[in-house]
Design a protein around this ligand. Structure first.
Ligand code: AMP
Ligand code: MN
Ligand code: MN
Ligand code: MN
Length: 286
């Protein structure tokens, strides 16, 4: 069974439409796919509608990547397998959307002070109906020639604590877990190895996340090194967190692909082990 629980569409900073993502999941022989756009579930209905017209089976799991704030870090929390029509969810997500818009505006005000004007309007045009992210702002900066690469938009302007960075009023991790649980889903720390924090802080994050009822953590990624994988597996066992696997796919590239190299160590408990959608599928990963 091939499972990928962390993917994006153009409703946040992915490049593919929901239908194109589903098409690609078919090409890559993925059996179970969660779509986890930043702070929105907008892609789900279109993905499901497209899948319903296809002959190849694919289980589509509801998902989201919620942005939270914890001790000065932006921590991403994946919500999986919840009722995306749950009545409380829409108003909660409207709050996150407003935070995204306000933060983008403030970042662009800072960019204007640095002599780069009109970025907000241009970025919002690219966003269309989805959620604005720093990736949209980075793309505008690159297209303008204000930076020499996508990456340098972050290292020069909008990365953590750089000159156009803004500390946004994101929800805290307990609130994210609460929202996801209220809608019947499970919550997991996304890419725990990517927060540029010392091991002591990562452990503190996992302890606090567990204490507020968090269910799992990501333990692998298509291009993760074996030593890092082993470390994350050890932490998941130690803190009794279930394993989440995902490619964090945004667009086709050399570095990542849907469902690629997402096998996990047998000592871990997969977060999907009790999901009805995976019950009939072969438990073997690969
Ligand atoms: P946001 O959620 O608006 O803060 O935007 C975060 C998104 O921007 C991430 O999900 C990545 O897709 C992208 N991103 C963040 N930091 C970097 C970076 N240093 N280089 C490239 N992309 C990044
Ligand atoms: Mn992203
Ligand atoms: Mn993320
Ligand atoms: Mn992601």
């Amino acid at each position: 069974m091939k499972i990928d629980l962390h993917t994006h569409t153009f409703y946040s900073d992915g490049h593919l439409s929901p239908a194109e993502l589903v098409m690609r999941a078919h090409q890559m022989q993925v059996d179970v796919l969660a779509i986890t756009d930043h702070d929105t579930t907008q892609a789900l209905a279109e993905a499901r509608a497209y899948q319903a017209t296809q002959n190849r089976p694919l289980q589509i799991i509801s998902g989201i990547e919620l942005t939270t704030r914890w001790h000065g870090f932006d921590i991403h929390i994946l919500g999986l397998n919840f009722d995306d029509q749950h009545p409380s969810l829409a108003s909660h997500l409207a709050l996150q959307e407003q935070t995204r818009i306000d933060r983008a505006q403030q970042m662009c005000d800072k960019l204007a002070k640095a002599g780069i004007e009109g970025v907000f309007e241009e970025a919002m045009k690219r966003v269309g109906q989805g959620q604005i992210t720093r990736a949209h702002i980075a793309q505008v900066l690159l297209d303008r020639g204000a930076v020499s690469s996508f990456q340098s938009a972050f290292t020069r302007y909008i990365g953590k604590d750089k000159r156009a960075y803004v500390n946004a009023k994101w929800i805290d991790i307990a609130t994210a877990v609460e929202w996801i649980h209220a809608a019947g889903g499970v919550a997991a720390i996304a890419h725990p190895g990517s927060y540029d924090m010392k091991s002591k802080w990562l452990r503190k994050l996992l302890v606090e996340f567990s204490a507020c009822g968090g269910d799992g953590m990501e333990v692998t990624h298509p291009n993760m090194q074996a030593t890092k994988k082993a470390l994350l597996a050890k932490l998941a066992v130690e803190y009794n967190l279930k394993a989440v696997v995902g490619s964090d796919f945004h667009f086709p590239s050399r570095w990542t692909e849907l469902g690629k190299r997402l096998d996990i160590s047998p000592e871990l408990t997969p977060i999907w082990s009790d999901w009805s959608q995976t019950a009939s599928l072969n438990k073997e990963m690969g």
